[in-house]
Design a protein around this ligand. Structure first.
Ligand SMILES: *Cc1c(COP(=O)(O)O)cnc(C)c1O
Length: 370
């Protein structure tokens, strides 16, 4: 069925990343088949969320798991769980506006465009440290009776002199404050599914379902300590409470369970080799163009070990290069900065698209006289 054509919505080649604005990732046939199968029957959503959570917890080596409508919703839900500890009287006080104040601490170097979801839980964001570094005493001195949690963002792309997760967890334990890690885009490696919770001691960790896991774009995971997962559940749909607005459907639950199962059983080395082959071929092909510098990088835009190609221009024309790509058919989506670099990734490509990417990039650069 030519659905997108029927609306006049153009299909694009994704050489950028698993961005929500591009539709997340592409689900496998097994994932869409599971969703289709799940769409045909009524079930108890309480029962489904509980059993799907159990299965995902087992697959990801965590005590508990809860399926949300994305990592953004998972941020709000995890903070609600920490605020209320699953006590329905406290949930009611937040609804009524009579609950006490709540603060969530973030290192300044960890501020991200998704952290407004903390405000959806009714908490105030308190930043500690500066853009470059945080000291332990800065975190400790910010903790007080209003502190609900520490929000920690994972990924090698963040400022490194911020406090390590191990460091934050040990301070948090001292003051009995829970820690939630946002690792939405922090896959691979597979072991990250349990690393932040089991190995580093965070209470909860959040993953996006629609990025590397290749589940529905409208899914996310909260993994970690079962008592907190139960508190998440008490706030969430199908209960008509605070997080009823973040309703995950039975089809999405079927999709993400299947996607996690596939990701856990994937041949990750073979997948990596496939990316390497494309990236090396792109570097060879594009290096011939004289006025640009083409380099292979080992980490993707989220700091994870997925190789990509960086194309550096000698002047600040990255936005012009992107605009030139957007005028071609098909459009190739790339990552860019606002100065002199664009990046190409292979992990979002569908069969046969790798050649089209370099063809379109060459055409776009030719338009800029490169
Ligand atoms: C993508 C991302 C999110 C949001 O994820 P959704 O599943 O799209 O809601 C949150 N935090 C980080 C760090 C992300 O990269």
């Amino acid at each position: 069925m030519a659905f997108y054509e029927s609306l006049g919505v153009s299909k694009r080649i994704n050489a950028a990343a698993y961005y929500t604005a591009l539709g997340g990732s592409i689900m496998s046939a097994d994932v869409t088949a599971a969703m289709n199968d799940a769409s045909k029957s009524f079930i108890s959503m309480h029962d489904l969320q509980l059993k799907a959570g159990k299965k995902i917890a087992k697959l990801t080596k965590n005590e508990g798991a809860y399926i949300t409508t994305g990592a953004g919703a998972a941020i709000a839900l995890s903070i609600l769980a920490f605020r209320t500890k699953g006590d329905i009287n406290e949930i009611q006080r937040i609804i009524d506006g009579t609950a006490g104040p709540s603060e969530v601490i973030i290192q300044t170097g960890h501020r991200i465009p998704y952290d407004p979801a903390i405000r959806l839980a009714g908490s105030t964001i308190v930043t500690v440290g500066n853009a470059i570094q945080t000291f332990e005493y800065e975190l400790e001195s910010a903790i007080n009776s209003k502190t609900t949690a520490i929000f920690y963002v994972a990924g090698a792309h963040l400022a490194t002199p911020t406090l390590s997760l191990e460091n934050v967890v040990s301070i948090a334990l001292k003051y009995k404050v829970p820690v939630v890690v946002d690792a939405a885009a922090q896959l691979p490696p597979l072991s990250n599914l349990w690393h932040f919770t089991k190995e580093c001691g965070a209470d909860l960790v959040i993953f996006s379902g629609g990025k590397t896991l290749k589940g529905p774009a409208s899914t996310g995971l909260i993994l970690g300590k079962s008592a907190w997962i139960e508190a998440v559940r008490t706030n969430g749909a199908p209960f008509q409470r605070l997080a009823r607005a973040f309703k995950v459907g039975k089809e999405e639950i079927a999709g993400i369970v299947t996607a996690v199962e596939q990701y856990v059983n994937l041949d990750h080395a073979a997948e990596f080799d496939g990316w390497e082959r494309v990236i090396n071929a792109w570097v060879n092909e594009l290096s011939i163009i004289p006025k640009i510098k083409v380099l292979k990088e080992d980490l993707n835009e989220a700091g994870q070990p997925i190789p990509r190609v960086a194309i550096h221009f000698s002047s600040d024309i990255a936005l012009e290069a992107v605009a030139a790509l957007q005028e071609l058919d098909p459009i190739v989506e790339v990552v860019h900065n606002f100065r002199n670099t664009i990046w190409l990734s292979a992990d979002g490509l569908q069969k046969g698209e790798e050649k089209v990417v370099t063809e379109q990039v060459k055409k776009a650069l030719a338009k800029l006289n490169l």
